[in-house]
Design a protein around this ligand. Structure first.
Ligand SMILES: Cc1ncc(C[n+]2csc(CCOP(=O)(O)OP(=O)(O)O)c2C)c(N)n1
Length: 252
């Protein structure tokens, strides 16, 4: 995604907040927590319309301290919306560790107060995540209400390029979690089951790199959105004041 004509957001979003209609993946609102109430609202709309869908929303441990987390989960509990709340507890909100985020024993336990089930799972176990998420989505679709999943994991790298994790956590802690790397763990699991090996991995790497090269080429050869898109989608009819600003910009 690079803010080109193929981008559903027309370049108005941060790069990680991509969206894709074909897989019903909605762009995330940048203020953390907003996405939770959007997911609950979408689920309620679907319920009222009789669509058999569930919404699945991902967020971090830090996000559970926002007002939107409470608003969303409370609403979901009261209206029994088909929503699955997936908290990726990587134990840090940028530099703030979990212990200073909440006095609660876990995140999962909070679901009890909202009247639905909270489940804490190993966030480094691919199959456990898949099974738990699938079951929760099915429950939501069948009308059995929301679920909160807390997946305990660790953020191995920095939060962003402007973050220096050595300032707030020890190398020993990172080394310990590095040994739990979920990608490596799952790879070993598949190798033991005899359904994965070095040869297949080498082949996959070559194929993946070709796929990425193609995607980058496609991205870079796509045109930018039309300048006029800057004044679209805000009002049903573009007001004259915006039209004048656009004309001025266009003349420049
Ligand atoms: C309301 C709001 N405040 C601050 C920020 C800046 N910010 C971006 S990510 C982040 C940390 C989020 O931590 P967490 O929810 O634990 O998610 P993680 O990044 O660890 O996955 C913050 C504070 C923001 N995006 N929105």
């Amino acid at each position: 995604m690079k803010g080109n004509v193929n981008d559903a957001q027309k370049g108005r979003q941060m790069p990680v907040f991509f969206s894709d209609r074909s897989i019903r993946w909605v762009s995330s609102s940048a203020p953390v927590g907003n996405r939770i109430i959007h997911a609950v609202g979408t689920a309620l709309a679907a319920k009222l319309k009789g669509d058999r869908i569930a919404t699945l929303v991902y967020f971090g441990d830090g996000t559970t301290s926002t007002a939107d987390f409470h608003t969303g989960l409370n609403f979901a509990g009261v209206y029994q919306t088909p929503t699955v709340f997936f908290c990726l507890n990587n134990q840090y909100a940028i530099s703030l560790p979990f212990e200073r985020q909440t006095a609660s024993e876990t995140i999962a336990i909070k679901a009890k107060a909202y009247g639905f089930e909270g489940i804490r799972i190993d966030g480094n176990n691919v199959l456990q995540i898949y099974r738990t998420t699938k079951a929760a989505v099915e429950r939501a679709k069948s009308g059995a209400g929301p679920t909160l999943i807390e997946a305990l994991t660790y953020r191995l790298g920095p939060h962003s390029t402007s973050d220096d994790p050595t300032k707030y956590r020890s190398n020993a802690e990172v080394a310990e979690w590095n040994r739990q790397d979920p990608v490596e763990k799952f790879k070993r699991f598949l190798e033991v089951k005899n359904i994965w090996n070095d040869e297949m991995e080498a082949k996959l790497r070559v194929e993946s790199e070709a796929l990425i090269d193609d995607a980058v080429q496609y991205m870079e050869s796509s045109a930018l959105p039309a300048l006029e898109s800057i004044i679209q989608d805000v009002y049903a009819d573009v007001p004259s004041s915006l039209r004048e600003q656009y004309d001025e910009l266009n003349d420049e």
